[in-house]
Design a binder for this molecule. Structure first.
Ligand code: HEM
Length: 195
């Protein structure tokens, strides 16, 4: 996927560098490719995703364009996997979330959530091949932007490129991104959905 057509901004480079180890650590513990993973475990994993994304998207509301909201896709996936709207409303929600208090921290959190749509392209293929679960029957979240995945990523990178370039703002974004990875991993671990 040609996702990098322009010179990466200093902020993008800092976010990449700062979260590389976090991404590796989380990827290694996610069960998508594990031999024992099955549709029931996939449903539990998505329920845990919901518990993190629901309150976090609410925190991002004033910073994020409405078109980037991913919760409706997660909710439809869970309904396709036989949860009722009442079941979904009753899912446990993560309390330990990254703090979002300014543009810099919001950009760090959004970098993680937007970047996950890139890995989602790999995971969507795996879920279709392994379980026949596709965008219409439980994997809509993994392909939430569909054909627009690359263009959405590019426009997010443009936003990163226009962000205030002070060292303090950059450090705050990286810190928020690292916290997002770490708190997501901690939450998924607590919900017993990691390897
Ligand atoms: C097993 C699970 C995962 C796999 C296999 C995976 C794989 C990938 C791949 C292949 C890319 C690069 C895509 C490209 O450059 O076109 C990527 C990027 C990224 N992924 Fe993941 N990913 C996984 C889970 C996650 C999760 C759960 C998150 C965050 C919650 C995440 C956050 C990111 C970010 C932020 C980037 C962008 C890196 C950059 O280009 O700056 N990934 N992932």
């Amino acid at each position: 996927m040609p996702t990098r057509t322009t010179t990466p901004s200093p902020l993008l480079l800092a976010l990449r560098e700062g979260t590389r180890d976090c991404h590796k650590a989380l990827e290694a513990r996610l069960p998508f490719f594990s031999p024992g993973f099955d549709p029931a475990a996939y449903s539990c994993l998505l329920q845990a995703y919901y518990g993190f994304h629901a309150p976090l998207e609410a925190r991002l509301a004033s910073y994020q364009e409405p078109g980037r909201v991913k919760l409706p896709a997660l909710s439809l996936d869970l309904q396709a996997l036989n949860l009722s709207p009442a079941d979904i409303d009753a899912l446990p929600l993560c309390q330990a979330l990254p703090s979002v208090h300014d543009e810099a921290s919001a950009l760090g959190v959004m970098y993680v959530l937007e970047g996950s749509t890139l890995g989602g392209q790999v995971l969507k293929k795996a879920m279709a091949e392994r379980f026949g679960i596709g965008a219409d029957n439980g994997a809509g979240f993994l392909d939430v932007y569909g054909e627009r995945t690359a263009s959405y990523w590019r426009s997010f990178l443009e936003r990163l490129g226009q962000a205030p370039a002070s060292a303090a703002a950059q450090a705050a974004s990286v810190q928020a991104a690292v916290a997002t990875f770490q708190l997501f991993e901690a939450w998924l671990g607590q919900r017993n959905v990691l390897i």
